[in-house]
Design a protein around this ligand. Structure first.
Ligand code: GLU
Length: 483
């Protein structure tokens, strides 16, 4: 078998849809699993949809995801250029070949004529509106004189009627389309730019792409592509159309029901590993119950045979769960470094936090958070003094005797130079027994004083992490506010 070569061929339209990231991932996994080549090709021939910075965003996303491509922008390769906008002469040359072979023809129809035609067909309730081949019947003289007069024109593929277009899809099996349903698609637009269909097929052929792996939304385009391969006399690649991504109600994944852009999830603080893991499972399983994967494991386990046909539901709960799992699987020091970065973009920016302080926060909070930012959102009391006290907890846990109890506790730790976690525990127990109360009568007010809330990690952990000085200050403040 000739070498496996696959491509991710995004159009730089500004943002990257989750579905596109999955296409990139599956192509990447398939290439790496089989020892093939993974190519990045930028499909930027649609002038109207060009967005500033979109290509940089794409390349940056590939780097962020860890999908190293073998050929493509910035990396070169034997089949470049990898920007379609730099290959216009190639498309023109190939369009000329089709004109020569009479597989394609010039069309001079005006926008008005096409609109009228469409409206007429709609009125007749035809199953589909399509071009009526009007210009196919122009004489050679007419065509030449129109061209000489500089008349605006497009070039269309001549789709023969009464034909059945068949191809094999790796995931969906045999696929059949009636050629009656295929329009004489435009190959070259009036601005001299190729359409997606022409550029995509020419490039897949010239770049020796062996497998075209892309989303199911491209399936209706495939018969057009098959006709183009036939018209050129080229061998078909293997097609593999990935299942649709669905919302929980099984409607097509759309912006209306939640975020669909990769950037949105990055901004929300999802870990790269978690998002990649999650996306890998949108349409693929290894066939067992395993759900937690790192990229290298996905590479070794991924096969196209195990990609499903049916739509894949985007389950945000599962993504959140995976984020939690991936976060917990990291070393504390790594999480602490991530926390330090996130703090720089928080209201705590500019504050100094020693490594061991952050690591201690991570240690006690790790099992209680799903996102890095929750370390300072949920456990804000490690980063700032509580300025208010949860009302319900005050009612329940702050008693008339509480100030006196806390004073005793304060005295005990004041005399210890460096207070260990165990020292806090001893001080607490001694306080309780001296005051003739249960441990709870010390713990609840102490927790309120130091954190302002009732939940969270162990009280000795809190005191130890904020340190003796802050523990004492906070007790004093609580006593003066709550009395
Ligand atoms: N440029 C198309 C896109 O934006 C490529 C589709 C294909 O893979 O053929 O997804």
């Amino acid at each position: 078998m000739s070498q496996i070569r696959v491509r991710y061929a995004p159009s730089p339209t500004g943002y990257i849809h989750i579905g596109n990231l999955r296409t990139a991932l599956y192509n990447y996994l398939f290439a790496k699993h089989t020892g093939g080549k993974f190519i990045l090709r930028i499909e930027d021939t649609d002038q109207a949809r060009k967005v500033e910075g979109a290509v940089d965003n794409l390349i940056n996303t590939m780097e962020w995801a860890g999908f190293e491509y073998d050929e493509g922008p910035g990396r070169g390769g034997d089949f470049g250029p990898y920007y379609q906008s730099e290959r216009l002469d190639i498309y023109k040359k190939h369009c000329d070949i089709l004109l020569e072979k009479r597989k394609a023809y010039y069309c001079f129809c005006t926008a008005e004529r096409l609109t009228a035609l469409r409206e007429e067909q709609q009125k007749q309730k035809l199953p589909q509106t399509k071009y009526d081949k009007h210009c196919l019947h122009l004489s050679e003289e007419e065509v030449n004189s129109n061209l000489a007069a500089g008349m605006p024109h497009v070039i269309r593929l001549n789709v023969e009627q009464g034909d059945v277009i068949r191809f094999h899809d790796f995931i969906r099996g045999e696929v059949e389309f009636m050629s009656e349903l295929v329009d004489d698609q435009i190959l070259m637009k009036s601005d001299g730019f190729p359409t997606y269909h022409l550029a995509n097929v020419v490039d897949d052929h010239l770049m020796k792409i062996s497998h075209v792996i892309r989303g199911e939304e491209w399936l209706p385009s495939t018969p057009k592509h098959v006709l183009l391969y036939r018209a050129f006399g080229w061998e078909l690649p293997t097609f593999a159309h990935l299942p649709l991504l669905l919302n929980a109600d099984r409607s097509k994944l759309s912006k209306r029901q939640g975020d669909v852009a990769v950037e949105d999830y990055r901004k929300k603080g999802y870990l790269t590993e978690a998002l990649i893991n999650f996306i890998a499972l949108l349409g693929w399983t290894a066939g067992d119950d395993k759900e937690f994967y790192y990229l290298p494991e996905l590479i070794s386990e991924f096969t196209l045979e195990r990609v499903n046909k049916s739509g894949a539901v985007f389950d945000i709960e599962k993504l959140n769960w995976l984020n939690e799992q991936h976060l917990r699987a990291k070393y504390d020091s790594e999480i602490a470094a991530m926390l330090r970065e996130e703090l720089k973009n928080s209201k705590y920016a500019g504050q100094e936090y020693p490594d061991d302080f952050l690591i201690n926060v991570v240690k006690v909070m790790k099992e209680r958070v799903s996102f890095v930012r929750e370390f300072y959102e949920k456990a804000f009391y490690f980063f700032e003094e509580p300025t208010s006290y949860e009302e319900a907890s005050v009612k329940k846990g702050w008693k008339e005797q509480s100030p006196a109890i806390l004073r005793v506790f304060e005295e005990k730790i004041k005399n210890i130079e460096t207070v260990s976690k165990e020292d806090y525990e001893t001080a607490l127990k001694e306080t309780a027994s001296e005051m003739g109360v249960g441990n709870g009568a010390v713990i609840h007010p102490l927790r309120l004083a130091t954190s302002g809330v009732s939940g969270g990690p162990g009280i000795f952990d809190i005191c130890f992490i904020i340190g003796k000085e802050k523990t004492l200050q906070r007790i004093d403040r609580a006593i003066s506010v709550l009395k």
